[in-house]
Design a binder for this molecule. Structure first.
Ligand code: ADP
Ligand code: ASP
Ligand code: MG
Length: 407
């Protein structure tokens, strides 16, 4: 069998953990499998590198930032290959470029365009355990691109697809995918299975455990994922097409999980002319600069003017600030604000398609804890609200209870 395993930052946080991971890999290799491993940067290395850059600039070039951040994974792959070699195993480390990851040229949130699997295959056929740097690839002109925070998940899924692997395991610091972040909700529990669609919404709404793009890719190719702990051998969560409803609760759950996201920047443009083409020009500019806009609301019109608010990631602050300065001058609009003390809380579940009243329960629950709702967004299987950052954890706990998820 061909097995792809991905180990996140906390799983390889120090030398002891690196050794534990190496033993885990060796177990699978010893059973006669070909093993390709994708690793993240050790511990908080990526955050530390970002902090390091801030010591010299508040506005680094995207190219140099990718150059810097991609070094984190390069440390891990070499360390892990050495650890395995010390244990007597044949292992070789490969950067994203060496492993054949071709990316689309966007710095800091690149997409994988293709993987040329020839080098990895050759090394596997030579009996090597192949250790690949997650989170990175190389574009047409040879530039290093990174895949966005959590991007090693996507590196692993893409490699599993490119190798036509039999198994893709995502090892992390929790036992699997829970009904809410287990660090926030004590009564959250591990789901044995979750469907691609529900996992995708959970991930996109901030459940860090998988990068959304990795779930999208897995769904596209029908690749099952096994999310599990690197600290024990418990069965984790299987992410696949059709998941069991969580029926052992003996009732139909409207909601399978609650997610939250602190990475919210809210921008408001005041006094925007109320005429055709204005939204298109604002959001066109944001799209041209690859800003991922999440929620949007537009106020009613007064004196032929209105206000438009939207949210995006906090890492876009500098870029959005520059774009909105131009937008306000060009339209012209009155002014704009950028606020980063909001967070998003979401309830997710395919069950809400057939159960009315999910929104009502959500709003009542938020009202009961005195959380003011700033913005609302819905899809068929999720409802999200923007609330004060200081209230969001309390909101997650309260919603988990309100939707009958506590165990
Ligand atoms: P890794 O370094 O292995 O990639 P991450 O920190 O990116 O790990 O993701 C794992 C973390 O995701 C967990 O420690 C947990 O706090 C968080 N998390 C958020 N929501 C969930 C959820 N629904 N289920 C499991 N973990 C979650
Ligand atoms: N090291 C990168 C990050 O911290 C990628 C990853 O861990 O998946 O986001
Ligand atoms: Mg991660």
């Amino acid at each position: 069998m061909i097995v792809v395993k991905k180990f996140g930052g906390s799983s390889v946080g120090d030398a002891e953990r690196m050794k534990r991971v190496a033993r885990r890999i060796a177990e699978t290799y010893d059973k006669g499998n070909q093993v390709a491993v994708v690793v993240s940067a050790m511990g908080d290395t990526t955050d530390d590198l970002i902090a390091l850059s801030k010591q010299v600039t508040s506005n680094p070039s995207a190219r140099e930032m990718d150059m810097l951040l991609s070094t984190g994974e390069q440390v891990s792959i070499a360390m892990l290959a050495m650890t395995l070699a010390e244990m007597g195993y044949k292992a070789i480390s490969l950067t994203g470029a060496q492993a054949g990851y071709h990316t689309d040229g966007t710095y800091s949130k690149s997409k994988i365009v293709s993987i040329d699997n020839s080098r990895v295959k050759q090394e596997l056929d030579n009996g090597n355990i192949v250790i690949v740097a997650g989170f990175q690839g190389i574009d047409e002109s040879g530039e290093i691109n990174t895949l966005g925070r959590g991007g090693s998940d996507t590196s692993a899924v893409a490699l599993a697809i490119a190798l036509n692997a039999d198994v893709c395991e995502i090892y992390t610091d929790v036992d699997g995918v829970y009904t809410a972040d287990p660090r926030v909700v004590e009564k959250a529990w591990k789901m044995p299975e979750v469907s691609y669609d529900e996992m995708l919404e959970m991930a996109a709404m901030g459940a860090l455990v998988l990068q959304p793009r990795s779930v999208e890719l897995a769904k596209m190719y029908g690749l099952k994922l096994h999310v599990r702990s690197s600290f024990n051998h418990n069965e984790g969560t299987i992410v696949k097409e059709e998941a069991l409803m969580n029926n052992d609760l003996e009732k139909d759950l409207m909601v399978c999980g609650v997610a939250h996201d602190m990475n919210v920047l809210k921008a408001t443009i005041f006094g925007v002319p109320d005429k055709p083409g204005v939204a298109s020009s604002i959001f066109g500019k944001l799209a041209d600069e690859k800003v991922n806009v999440d929620m949007i609301i537009q106020s009613g019109s007064r004196d032929a003017k209105q206000d438009i608010s939207f949210t995006c990631g906090r890492d876009e602050l500098n870029k959005v600030d520059r774009i909105l300065k131009e937008v306000v001058a060009d339209l012209p609009a009155d002014n704009y604000t950028l606020v980063d003390n909001f967070a998003k809380v979401s309830v997710v579940g395919a069950g809400m398609i057939s159960h009315p009243g999910v929104a009502a329960t959500m709003f009542k629950t938020l009202s009961d804890i005195n959380a003011n709702i700033g913005m609302i967004a819905t899809s068929e299987i999720k409802i999200s609200c923007i609330v004060d950052e200081a209230k969001v954890k309390e909101a997650v706990v309260a919603l988990h209870t309100a939707f009958g998820l506590d165990r």
